[in-house]
Design a protein around this ligand. Structure first.
Ligand SMILES: CC(C)(COP(=O)(O)OP(=O)(O)OC[C@H]1O[C@@H](n2cnc3c(N)ncnc32)[C@H](O)[C@@H]1OP(=O)(O)O)[C@@H](O)C(=O)NCCC(=O)NCCS
Length: 177
């Protein structure tokens, strides 16, 4: 059941300290843990201002899809700097990449690409036939990233009102096998 006041959690979230730079020796990509949720929520709000998941929704995603929720951790500063969430359909055939975010100060350095690589490796290992996602047609960075992996727009894309009135999105698909 959904909590009545998800905003209650907002005041308790940690603020991230200033970041240094992206260094291979201090960065690792791993599965998310329960204790990561406040930090993932911070990243999600940073990546999607005004459209972030409420905390309870992230918790519910984690409860069901924790095998497919990856985080990038700066082990020196002990903070999360990126995350990716994939949600497999019960048929085991297709899997939606529902969320991807990199902290603003570290964008453009290959971290988003690495997160996508790691999650696609998971999907391949699990035998999924296809990966799917949505992206705003104006999000040139994300579009280029997905296209570089071979994601292609679905035949009916872009779909107006996909996420409600005025919320146009491209739906894209990548065949994995
Ligand atoms: C989308 C996002 C996750 C990309 O992460 P990132 O770490 O900055 O991306 P990378 O550095 O790995 O770059 C991956 C590709 O994105 C594209 N890209 C990156 N920065 C770009 C820029 N400033 N302009 C255009 N394309 C860009 C390039 O194609 C790049 O590939 P290349 O390095 O081979 O040229 C990040 O910008 C972000 O968090 N954005 C806000 C949330 C969001 O839009 N999420 C996706 C929703 S569908």
């Amino acid at each position: 059941m959904r909590p009545l006041r998800p905003d209650h959690f907002q005041s308790t979230f940690p603020q991230a300290p200033p970041l240094k730079e992206l260094r291979d020796d201090v960065l690792r990509i791993r599965h998310a843990l329960d204790v990561d949720l406040p930090d993932i929520h911070r990243l999600d709000r940073e990546a999607f201002p005004g459209a972030a998941y409420p905390y309870f929704a992230l918790r519910q995603f984690f409860d069901v899809f924790d095998d497919f929720l990856l985080v990038a951790e700066d082990m020196e500063d002990r903070i999360l700097v990126g995350y990716i969430l994939a949600c497999p359909k019960p048929d085991g055939d297709s899997c939606w990449l529902h969320s991807l975010g990199v902290t603003e100060s570290l964008r453009g350095r290959g971290l988003g690409r690495r997160l996508v690589v790691e999650v696609l490796k998971l999907l391949l290992a699990e035998g999924f036939r296809e990966a799917r996602l949505t992206v705003h047609p104006g999000n040139a960075t994300a579009l280029r990233l997905y296209e570089s992996f071979g994601f292609t727009p679905d035949s009916d894309a872009p779909r107006p009102d996909y996420y409600g009135p005025g919320e146009i999105r491209m739906t894209m698909t990548l065949r994995l096998r």
